[in-house]
Every structure is written in C-alpha cells, then in structure tokens.
Design a protein around this ligand. Sequence first.
Ligand code: COI
Length: 357
Amino acid sequence: SRWKSSQPQLDPVDRSDEEGGGDIDWDNLGFGLTPTDYMYVMRCTQEEGGFSRGELARYGNIELSPSSGVLNYGQGLFEGLKAYRRADGPGYTLFRPEENARRMQHGAGRMCMPSPSVEQFVHAVKQTVLANKRWVPPQGKGALYLRPLLIGSGAILGLAPAPEYTFMIYAAPVGTYFKEGMAAINLLVEEEIHRAMPGGTGGVKTISNYAPVLKAQMDARSKGFADVLYLDSVHKRYVEEASSCNLFVVKGGAVATPATAGTILPGVTRRSIIELARDSGYQVEERLVSIDDLISADEVFCTGTAVGVTPVSTITYQGTRYEFRTGEDTLSKKLYTTLTSIQMGLAEDKKGWTVAV
Ligand code: COI
C-alpha cells in the first residue's frame, strides 16, 4: 500500500489534570457528551507516507477544509470502546482494544483509507485514557467511553480518496446508553428503511451507516420505542440488528445471532458474548435469524459497547406486540454479569481480554 505505519513514538504520559471530575453527577451519567481534557491526534499525509507521530492536544474544535473527503463524501470510520476503573487496585482496564484496532484496519480497506497499526491504535487509546483519567467514573458507575475516528481530512473535489487522513480519539464518561437505564427495552421492527445491503458497508463501522437510520430511529422513539430492528433488504424476512447494537435470540438452550456476512456489524461485545454463552454450555449459532425465530423466542437481548448487554422486553412487528422473558433468571442477565465482572476487574480474566492502563 501507498501508506505505511510506524511504531508508536511516544511513551504513555500522564498529563491528567489532578482535580476530580468537576461537578459530574456520577449516578446519572447516561450517554450524553461531557467534554473532557485531552484528545489524541495523529495525521497521515501523502508526503510522509503513513501515520507517524501522534500527540495529545487539548480537547476542542478541529479545523477542516470545506472540501475534505469526510465532509463531502463521507470518507470516515469510527470506533467505540470503554475504559473501566479497576475494582481490585489502581489503574484502568480496556476491553479487547486490539479488536477495535483490527476492525478499523478492515474498515479502512473498504473505505480506501490508510489506518494506524494495532500498536499505534492501542497506544493512542492508552494515552487518551491517562490524559483524561479524572473523567473515568467510579467503580460501578460507568466507564470512560473512547471514540476513535479515522477521517479523510484532506481536500478533494472529484470523487476520489482524500490526500490526507486524521486519526483522532476523544473520551467521555458514560453510564447506560438507553434512557431506560438497566431496564428492558421495547423495540420496533422497521419494514421500510434498511440499514445495510449485500455489497454495501453494513459490515464496517463507517460513519455513513449511522445518519441514514436516524429517521427510523426518531420515528420509533416518538412512539416510545428505544430503538428499531432492521430487516434484510432482499427478503425483508431476516432480522439484522438495531441502529446501535447487535441482536441475540434465545430459545431453550439454543442461542442465535445474525451471521456477520457483510450486512452485520461485527461487534466486539457480540463476539465476546458468543464465547461466554458457549462457555456456559449454550449452543450458539451465527446464522440467518428470521422474523419467526424472533417472535417465537423465549428471550431476546442486544449487545454493543455502548449498550452493553440490554434485555428486550417487547418487540412490535406489523402492529403486534410480542413479549419476552426478562429479569434475574435470564441468560442475558447471567452473561451481563460475567462480562462486566471481567471488564471491571471483579473476576479473573481467563481469556486475556483485558488490557491494563
Ligand atoms: C458503540 O456501541 O460503541 C457504538 O459505536 C454504537 C453507537 C451508536 C453509540
């Protein structure tokens, strides 16, 4: 490739302002944007031929050409991952950050962008956490959400890849994603608007997958639903995912989730939950999940970095409301506890999924 990546140049530094997290109400974090102190910025230009030296900068607005590739043609990707304050000592843990790095590399190939190396990505995430450590919520109150971006920042007029790229990470303390908090959510099956199509970009985390679903999401929210479930765009028969997360259905001892064959976002939480469910003796299939599989399920839940493991209490399809099991005695609750215990350092990480900061 034209672009190359060099090894990280900077050691992790602690530039955190020592004072605590301001006036934050840690008990009511939600998923709103709280501006933090620092962001990480690394550029990649044609002259330099790759990503070289990144640095922390004060969190704030950035300058972009009006003709940048990202503003005009949507050449951009994002990621999402969380840093937790450890339960068993000082420091923080990241959950599988290399997976986010690899997913960004894969998406960059699809979007004709160069991408940071896995080492550069993870190093940048660590620096961003340390520089904003006063914003990491207390144990059990939430996490510091890291939002890496990779954008075509160079100016271009004709449709072509941008001549310069910017990789950035900003951070914000977050609690639960849905306004329902930890409670089970109601979903609506959307039949008109589709999120992805075969051959499209549904399987990569491009920024351009998200604005097109706002219409469906906002209409559903105005009717009291937390999110929308999309159907496949060819048969309109198979459920794919929600606007913000992946989907699992449980029936008896069997668990199914839509296979990631191009239209499904390959979630890091999704993959982890598949493994944890198998470890606890469940048969987990990645396959087509039909509307019939969905409405006849015992239990339904969503997974994602932002949403964690969120139980679904009802799904409305063609005007009929279907109900599912929720509460303490469910697989989603069990998997939620197992996963968050690893993430927060409450349980031994036998999988080697966590990375210390
Ligand atoms: C995440 O779960 O981290 C995401 O990127 C989904 C986003 C809609 C909040």
